[in-house]
Design a protein around this ligand. Sequence first.
Ligand SMILES: Nc1ncnc2c1ncn2[C@@H]1O[C@H](COP(=O)(O)OP(=O)(O)O)[C@@H](O)[C@H]1O
Ligand SMILES: [Mg+2]
Length: 243
Amino acid sequence: MNKIIAVTSGKGGTGKSTFSVGLALALKKAEKSVLMIDMDSGLRCLDLLLGVDEQVIFDISDALAGKPLDACVLHSPKYSGVDLIPAAINEFCPSAEDFGNFVEKVSRLYDVVIIDCPSGSDFTLYSMLPRATEFVCVCNPNPVSVRDTATVGSRLRAIGRNGRIIINKYDYYCIGNSVFKTLDDLIDISGLKLLGIIPLSLKLEIAFYGGYFPIKGKEFKAYKRIATRLMGESVPIPKLSKI
Ligand SMILES: Nc1ncnc2c1ncn2[C@@H]1O[C@H](COP(=O)(O)OP(=O)(O)O)[C@@H](O)[C@H]1O
Ligand SMILES: [Mg+2]
């Protein structure tokens, strides 16, 4: 079965949408076809990041209501090969069965489907995702985000799933001066298995301001390592001072 990756977090603003785009580009670089689904209804953002905001006519709610997929899927002119079904403009909460069936159907057309989920404490969406889903929790290396990640992890375990943690906005010197003596302490408190570490980066901020995603440099190397791990290969975590 093709991969269906749900990108989640407890706290907002940890970098889920940025991560989703970076992961999509890294997977594309590895010659995987990628569909992104923006499930953060009301707070849409992937259409802007992928440069398709002017083209949005239909969204995920229309796709589930039976509109042809061709009409709902947008092709990013900015990042060719990355497709998107935009988020619903209004609050949208499909039934678990409808959403699960839909995601499974589209996952047959792509190597990887990435679902950018809303943050927060409404975990209804998790139980809508089909069995094969991988849950990736994007966490920042601060005590609030780590505590929220631990909550997400325990909710996932309660429905029989295991999430993996991405430490985003990592800075070697920040960790040294934080409540976490080491990165291992942080990972232990989160209760999740480490999937990868992405550096704190101004370039990623700029991509968010409408610029281009950096597809060179240490940021993209981090995304490529994560993409490779998600495809089942093992890649070592580099020396922490080098991330
Ligand atoms: N690794 C990073 N380094 C620096 N800024 C980042 C990084 N990842 C994300 N950001 C910034 O964090 C902010 C929130 O990111 P976003 O992807 O919208 O988070 P979320 O989807 O979790 O709400 C944006 O301004 C984005 O540019
Ligand atoms: Mg987001």
